[in-house]
Design a protein around this ligand. Sequence first.
Ligand code: NAD
Length: 435
Amino acid sequence: MKIGVFGVGYVGLTTALGFASKGHRVFAVDKDETKIELLRQGKVPYFEPGAQDILERRREMLSFSTDPALVVREAEVIFICVGTPSLPDGSADLSQVEEVARFIAEEMQDYRLIVEKSTVPVHTAYWIKRTINLYRKKEVPFDVVSNPEFLKEGTALSDFLHPHRIVIGAETQRARDIMGQLYRDFKVPIIYTDVKTAEIIKHASNSFLATKISFINMVADLCEAVGADVEMVAEGMGLDPRIGKEFLKAGVGFGGSCFPKDIKAFYRIAEENQVDFSLLKEVERINLERPARFLKKIKKVIWNLKGKTIGILGLSFKPNTDDVREAPSLKIIKLLMEEGAQIKAYDPVAGENAKRVIPSLQLSPEPYSLARGANALALITEWEEFKNLDWKKIKDLMETPIIFDGRNFLEGRKLASLGFEYYPVGKPPLGKRNG
Ligand code: NAD
C-alpha cells in the first residue's frame, strides 16, 4: 500500500519505518526541516534502537519531505502522528491535528483513509471529520479511523511490529477492510470497535498504567516508614494474575511525553462530560511529589547540600531513549541546585537534550569522572550499563561513598559490602554508618 505519515517524531518515524519494513511504500512529512534533512541524509534524528538499521535497509521504500501536498497526493492511507501536548488547563492541544486535517482537506482528490495514531481525547475523530468537511475543495469520500499506538520509546520498533494488540476504531466496512489488509500479517489480536471506544482505550490504558505506578509508590512510602520491602510486596502482589507484575516498580515517578499529559487530558475530557475522575488527579499529585520526596531523603543523609557535589546517573525519562520530556531527573536536578548542591550528570545518550533544558548542567563524559570527588551518586534512569560499572573503582573515586538508587536497580548488598551507603526506594538502607 501507499502510506502517508504526518509527523516524524518518535511515533511517526516508527510508523513509517515499521510499515516500510513490511514492504509498504511510505511518504512521510514533517514541518521540522532539520529532521527531514537528517532523514534524507539517512540519519535518524533521535536515539531509538533499531531505527537506523531499518532506515538504511528500507531507503527505497521511504520518502521524506516537508511538503504535505505530496503525501496527500500519493498516499491512500494517511497516518496522523503529530504532537498532542497539554494546554495550561491540562486538556490536549489539538491544533497540530487540526492543521493536518486542513492540509488533507485542501489537497484530497480521491478517497483517503485518515488514521488517528496520535493520542487524542474521545471525539477527536469527529472533529477531524468535521474539519475535512468544512475545508475540502472537492466532494471526495473519506473515512477517519482511530488506531492508537502503544509503543514504548527504547523498544519502539519491536513494540510496533509485535504489539500485544491492535485497536481499530472504524465506522465503515471500507475503512475496516483497508486497516485489516494493512495489518494482515501482524499475528496479534485485532480489536475492532467504534471510533470513540478506540480513542478511550488509549487514554484508559495509559491512565491505568500511571495509576499502577503511583499506587506502588505510595506503598513504597509506607514500606519506608515501617521498614518493609516494597520490592517483595510488589512480587507478592504481582504473582496474582488479576494484578500482574508489570508497572509495579517503585521509584522517583513517571515522566515522558505520554503519561503526565495523558492522565491530565483524560481527566479533563471526563470533566467536560460531567464525570468526576478525580482519581487521576490523585495519581498525578502523587507523581508530582516524588522528586521533592527524593530530595528530602538525600538531605536526611547528606545534611547540608550547599557546596556538596551530587552525581546524577541517567537523565532520560527511561532507559534506551534520549527523550528527556518530563524526565524526573530534570526536576530532581533543579531542586538540588536550589539547595546549593553542585550537580554533575552522566547519561549514555540524553546529555545534550538535558542541557538544552538546564543550560548550566555540567555533563561528565563517563561515569568515573562523574564519581570523582562526589559526595553522593543518585541513579535516576536504569540504564543497563550502570549495573556493570566497576563499583570498587567508583567508591575509591568518591569523596563519600553514598548512593541513592531512585529505581531500585543496583545490587544493594554488593555495594554495601564494598563500603557504600546504599539508599533504595521503599526498602531499608544498607551499609549505613551510625552517626
Ligand atoms: P514528537 O513531538 O516526537 O513528534 C511530533 C512531530 O510532529 C514533530 O516532529 C513535529 O514537528 C511534527 N508536526 C507537528 N505539526 C505538524 C504538521 N502540521 N505537519 C507535519 N508534521 C508536524 O511526538 P511523539 O512522541 O512522536 O508523539 C506523537 C503522538 O503520539 C502524541 O499524541 C503522543 O501522545 C502519541 N504517542 C507517543 C508515544 C511515545 O512514546 N512517544 C507512544 C504512543 C503514542
